[in-house]
Design a protein around this ligand. Structure first.
Ligand code: SF4
Length: 272
């Protein structure tokens, strides 16, 4: 007699399981979103509601993919030509399922051109000289912060070069030089912790490379010193607030300027 073992039915994780997983590890982007609006965090990471990708996110992802390829090639000491970079951009742009980006009529070609002009400007201005070998490219890292009573911190470092941690951003407007270090502090402090835990040494500094989508594309590089002890304390306190908020399941709306780009505004209006 043949006995055929049946696979057990797949069950969706419960909300408690999902929250327990979120308490175990956190990334800078999750932490930032939680502190910006807990209800948006709830929709995205607890309920896992799926929404179409915005054109800006799609453009940012394609630009990011080319910078990754460019830096990996430098790391291998086989630099890409601009033509190869353009081919990589074309492939990255096409690498999405149809219907997953919410385009308006005629918008896609304009956005695609904008993305390439950003890259062309950045690469021609030689912000990443071909003859300098990076320390690391696009490396997933984590830091066990259990001895501080905190979740594991996870992240991906875009580029480390000469002990400088470099992160890329595409933006629609020129970042304010005074505010940018403050508004990105959760991310930069997280990267500093990740760098230190994985190398045993301190980062020499942190750089944000903004590729700005103006009519004439502009590159803005913000140089920051290594993380201060005060910044580490601020990050750890923010992580404590994250753990506490998840524990209490305090998923409340925090309306503000950021709501203009929130994909969950309809769900939010129904919340009570
Ligand atoms: S619309 Fe605003 S308040 Fe509502 S979930 Fe989105 S970010 Fe939060």
């Amino acid at each position: 007699m043949n006995i055929v073992a049946e696979a057990p039915p797949q069950t969706e994780p419960s909300m408690e399981d999902i929250i327990a997983g979120l308490q175990e590890k956190v990334s800078a982007s999750r932490l930032s979103l939680f502190l910006q609006c807990r209800l948006k965090f709830f929709f995205r990471y607890v309920l896992r509601l799926k929404k179409a990708k915005t054109p800006a996110l799609h453009l940012g992802n394609a630009v990011h993919a080319v910078l990754k390829a460019w830096n990996k090639a430098r790391w291998l000491q086989q630099p890409l030509s601009l033509k190869q970079a353009h081919d990589a951009y074309t492939a990255a742009w096409a690498d999405t399922e149809e219907g997953t980006v919410s385009w308006k009529a005629g918008e896609e070609e304009d956005e695609k051109t904008t993305g390439w002009r950003l890259l062309d400007t950045y690469l021609r201005e030689s912000h990443l000289p071909a003859d300098v070998k990076p320390d690391a490219v696009e490396v997933p890292v984590e830091a066990d912060l259990a001895r501080h009573g905190l979740p594991r911190l996870i992240g991906i470092l875009d580029l480390v070069q000469r002990r400088q941690v470099i992160d890329y951003k595409t933006s629609a407007s020129t970042p304010n030089a005074e505010k940018v270090a403050h508004t990105n502090e959760i991310q930069t402090s997280s990267y500093a912790i990740l760098y230190r835990h994985n190398t045993g040494g301190n980062e020499a500094g942190i750089q944000l490379h903004h590729l700005v989508k103006l009519k004439n594309p502009k590159i803005v590089i913000t140089l920051m010193p290594s993380m201060s002890p005060q910044q580490q304390t601020r990050l750890f306190k923010q992580m404590e607030a994250y753990l506490d908020g998840l524990q209490r399941q305090h998923f409340i709306p925090s309306p503000g300027m950021h709501c203009s780009s929130c994909e969950f505004i309809n769900e939010c209006r129904l919340w009570h």
